[in-house]
Design a protein around this ligand. Structure first.
Ligand SMILES: [Zn+2]
Length: 396
């Protein structure tokens, strides 16, 4: 009897793992197929001269005005980009193994929603590289990087303001939680951390003095007080060490890398294939699909590096959070509660390479449950903490 129960349990665990493995393979496969589809699309658009013909047609339609022609052409390309990914995305939607899947209508609305920011980005930004290319044909990509630095800085600095305004976030009302947060922050010499509540993700927005900790609206429902102390301590690492500054530097470097790739690889390619492409310089807006190819290739190439660096930052934030709060039991129980049957398995190496922006839940459980404080966990200005005796403290 006992053996039968154990076998049932083993079978259930096996099924859950099989399901997670199969589902994550679907996501990995769709990721690869979609990237191949997008690259093939843009290469065909270039190689068949379609880009030249279509842009020429739009240019005549808008009576030679370059801004509306470029934006309209960018939107046509964005629409094609969206359409070639639809079959893959639908396959992924159809393969979702859990009962809480979106309806077809909900899925389609989400897909349309993903197109709108791309179109907005094209309307706001696509003219800039082409204007700079005309103005400084040899150094334009450096100017692009230089222009992106203050622009992205403004985006990062203003992010807390519009996050609060646009997403209906509100200042933290709970005075006891607020006191707990102030006590934790004071251990790192921060007198008045800005804390707001709303949305479904706890994170830090903004840069320097303009940073704010955003607490997900149901935090007090899904975590007990000890777990909340750990979570806040984790977020304080991002706040204290200015991790969003690193994100800003990476964003500027990414713009430089894309611009540099378009400049150094795009120019010789355009000269070599000018008869097929129907244009002979990258300053011609007909080169927009080539710029899109550079964006996809550069982003795909650096994505694993970026994610690996992000996992490193998050690993440090966990150690920081454990050391500052002293809540390793509560953190271990919290991570255990996150293990769901579809999470990315540790064995899916490719999936982790292209998608994992945090250490795996198993790794985080191991880290919390075997945590031994060490010198490097906290910067010098912070004072290590001990778990507070509280009724909500979970112990395994
Ligand atoms: Zn984090």
């Amino acid at each position: 009897m006992m053996l039968a129960v154990q076998m049932d349990l083993l079978n259930a665990v096996g099924r859950i793992n099989d399901m997670a493995v199969a589902w994550n393979h679907v996501i990995d496969l769709v990721w690869v197929v979609n990237r191949i589809a997008v690259l093939t699309l843009f290469i065909l658009v270039l190689a068949t001269g379609w880009s030249s013909i279509r842009y020429g047609w739009l240019h005549r339609l808008f009576r030679g005005r370059s801004y509306p022609s470029l934006v309209a052409y960018g939107w046509v390309l964005a629409l094609l980009w969206w359409v070639v990914q639809l079959p893959g995305n639908f396959y992924q939607h159809a393969k979702y193994p859990a009962p809480d899947a979106d309806s077809f209508g909900g899925w389609l609305t989400g897909q349309i929603g993903s197109l709108l920011p791309v179109m907005l980005g094209i309307a706001v930004l696509a003219w800039l590289p082409y204007r700079l290319l005309r103005w400084s044909p040899h150094r334009w990509w450096l100017w692009l990087g230089a222009a992106s630095a203050p622009a992205l800085l403004a985006v990062f600095v203003l992010q807390p303001v519009w996050t609060v305004r646009a997403s209906g976030l509100h200042p933290l009302q709970d005075t006891s939680l607020s006191a707990e947060i102030r006590a934790l922050a004071a251990r790192c010499g921060i007198a008045h951390p800005q804390v707001v509540v709303g949305g479904d993700d706890t994170h830090v927005v903004g840069l320097g003095g303009a940073s704010a900790i955003v607490l997900q609206s149901d935090l007090q429902k899904v975590e007990n007080p000890a777990q909340i102390r750990f979570t806040i301590a984790h977020e304080l690492k991002h706040y204290v060490e200015g991790d969003n500054w690193k994100a800003w530097v990476i964003s500027v470097a990414l713009v430089l890398l894309i611009g540099g790739t378009f400049h150094f690889a795009g120019r010789p390619l355009t000269r070599r294939w000018k008869d097929q492409f129907g244009f002979d310089e990258i300053a011609d807006p007909r080169s927009l699909p080539l710029l899109a190819v550079c964006v996809v290739l550069v982003w795909t190439a650096i994505l694993p590096l970026f994610l690996s660096y992000n996992r490193h930052i998050e690993r440090d934030a966990d150690r920081f959070g454990l050391a500052l709060s002293g809540e390793e039991h509560a953190a271990g129980a919290l991570f255990r509660s996150w293990k769901d049957e579809l999470s990315l398995p540790d064995t899916d190496v490719f999936g982790r390479l292209i998608r994992a922006n945090h250490p795996s839940t198993s790794e985080r459980i191991r880290m919390a449950e075997t945590f031994e404080p060490s010198e490097g966990d906290l910067p010098e200005l912070c004072v290590r903490g001990q778990a507070l005796p509280s009724n909500g403290t979970a112990s395994p």
